[in-house]
Design a protein around this ligand. Structure first.
Ligand SMILES: Cc1cc2nc3c(=O)[nH]c(=O)nc-3n(C[C@H](O)[C@H](O)[C@H](O)COP(=O)(O)O)c2cc1C
Length: 486
């Protein structure tokens, strides 16, 4: 099962948030389930295997929200692997103290040695790593980080509020150590994050029962609920769809055959938004909607090749199979390519409505429980059942609906594979879904000769290849995680 890592951070001007996201991405690529939140938004953390707390250094100290987070959760944090990271612009580099429990990773380009030998200025003392750690060490001495990463941050004078600008200007009169610019060293940040996966998870998840007993029980158990299967999402997604199914029999004014019930496409997003609101308030909703544009999750652009072109390849091969086997096709065929951009835009909007629910909300808790292959089968079946009414309302035969249902399951498997490969990008899942919808709409003529049996078969071939490659990797990763635990 994938390990769950919580990253919380405190910053004022967004640069620490950016570092937290980059660490999260790197850990996701290593195979962990990662959630990244501002420290002030997190009330509960008992469902995570490890926690990373980050803060910007302002005036030589951690920001208060981060210190408060550690203080609030010190008991729980003392029972699981914890790492800290800091962003700042200066650090006094002295030979490393020995005997520290934490391994320390300093951005190689950060900081200066003391100016005078044997004597530290006030600024230099303030910028020793132990000085940075003072507040948190005092408030939560029992929390022993397994690693501390210290990175250069960013300072943009034009973004600063007036008091901060004045204080920085004043500070600059005495020291030249707070330069303006974006100095974040992504390579160093990612290198630390990559090393962190093993360091954090080697510690395992000790004494879970004891840890839970020690947790602050008055908190609402919001994150633990995400570990459960999203049954409430399934109830919502079906219940909210009923009015569309009952009253949506008419046709939409589009050149392709789509019923009004197709507007049900926004129901998964609505269901996910309502549940996110229930769990995390407005922050949860904002976080959900941000996923619609999470293309930054994808580090290897090459994955956009299957995201964009696998569906067209499936449809072109379907056409070839139909031609070769003499299945009915129109003559001459019409492929309204000029419509493609409009269709793409329309479907991208509607498919975002679907994917924010299925990929953005529902899949991860199921994957956590059962692994990716089983989870995609389960979600695929639910997704296919959910589509049945619109398929019937479009006037299709029972056989057509049955084959289309099977094709839908295979589609979901491919979507989840791409979602996982692109660093859990809902944007990538949506693009693939859009490419599929555009492809069937352009299938000769205006989708009228689309055959779900043939295209379903082709999609299952793609899903089969994915399962064979993916299944073995899932097993390998599981074994690796088990070894790391020992
Ligand atoms: C008001 C203010 C005070 C700061 N004080 C320090 C400091 O004492 N030492 C330091 O090395 N960097 C200092 N910095 C630089 C920040 O640590 C750095 O800009 C960090 O990336 C800010 O993160 P944020 O954008 O998330 O707020 C300060 C920045 C600001 C805006």
């Amino acid at each position: 099962m994938e390990k769950r890592i919580l990253i919380v951070y405190a910053g004022r001007y967004g640069s620490t948030a950016g570092v937290a996201e980059a660490i999260g991405q790197e850990l996701r690529h290593s195979g962990a389930m990662v959630e990244v939140y501002p420290a002030k938004d997190v009330t509960e953390m008992s469902s995570y295997d490890a926690v990373i707390v980050g803060s910007a250094i302002h005036f030589g100290n951690w920001l208060p929200e981060a210190v408060k987070f550690v203080e609030r959760h010190k008991e729980g944090l003392s029972h699981i692997p914890v790492a800290y990271f800091l962003t700042c612009l200066d650090l006094t580099r002295v030979p490393e103290e020995t005997g520290r429990a934490a391994s320390i990773y300093l951005d190689p380009l950060l900081g200066h040695p003391p100016q005078a030998e044997g004597r530290l200025s006030v600024w230099e003392k303030m910028h020793l790593l132990p000085s940075f750690m003072n507040s948190v060490r005092k408030t939560a001495p029992q929390v022993k980080p397994v690693s501390i990463g210290v990175f250069r941050g960013k300072l943009d004078d034009s973004e600063l509020r007036l008091t901060h600008r004045l204080l920085i200007k004043l500070g600059s009169l005495f020291t030249k150590r707070i330069p303006e610019g974006d100095f974040r060293n992504w390579q160093a940040i990612r290198a630390w994050a990559a090393s962190l996966y093993a360091v954090l998870l080697q510690q395992g998840r000790p004494n879970v029962e004891g840890r839970h007993k020690n947790m602050n029980t008055k908190n609402t158990n919001t994150n633990a609920s995400q570990e459960k299967l999203p049954l409430d999402y399934f109830v919502f997604v079906f219940a909210l769809a009923v009015p569309f199914w009952l009253f949506g029999g008419g046709k939409l004014p589009l050149p392709i055959n789509l019923p009004v019930a197709a507007l049900v496409t926004f129901v998964p997003m609505i269901a996910a938004a309502l549940l996110s609101y229930r769990q995390h308030g407005l922050t949860g909703v904002k976080r959900l909607f941000k996923k619609a544009w999470d293309y930054r999750n994808t580090r290897q652009g090459i994955w956009y090749v299957p995201v964009l072109f696998l569906a067209p390849v499936i449809y072109v091969s379907s056409y070839a199979v139909m031609r070769l086997t003499g299945l009915p096709l129109p003559d001459p065929i019409t492929i309204p390519v000029q419509l493609a951009p409009v269709l793409f835009a329309l479907f991208f909007i509607s498919d975002t409505g679907e994917e924010l629910g299925w990929s953005g909300y529902a899949i991860d808790p199921i994957q956590n429980r059962w692994g990716a292959v089983k989870a995609s089968l389960i979600l695929g079946v639910v997704w296919a059942i959910w589509h049945t009414i619109p398929f019937v309302q479009t006037g299709n035969s029972a056989t057509w609906v049955a084959w289309q249902g099977l094709k839908t399951v295979a589609m979901r498997m491919v979507i989840i594979w791409l979602y996982n490969k692109t660093g859990k990008s809902v944007f990538a899942a949506t693009l693939f879904h859009t490419a599929d919808n555009v492809s069937w709409s352009l299938f000769p003529n205006y989708g009228s000769h689309y055959d779900p049996f043939v295209t379903g078969l082709m999609t299952w071939v793609a899903a089969g290849i994915v399962i064979i490659g993916w299944g073995s990797k899932t097993v390998a990763r599981y074994r690796h995680a088990e070894q790391a635990k020992r």
